[in-house]
Design a protein. Sequence first.
Length: 72
Amino acid sequence: MKKVFRLNDLDCANCAAKMERAIAKIEGVENVSVSFLTQRLSIEADEGLFDGIMERVEKACKKVEPGCSIVR
């Protein structure tokens, strides 16, 4: 399953790259892209595990950029 989310308050391209690397390491994530320019997170993951994966994605994003939030 592939979904695209809007990101609020992503401050820099370096943080976007760090988020992308952290999310890619999460078990069940098949593909991920974080764009600073468009403020979008595109993620492809196992549909049955998607909610649990998104909880871990949000934690990873907060660790890199505490002020950033994912709009679901």
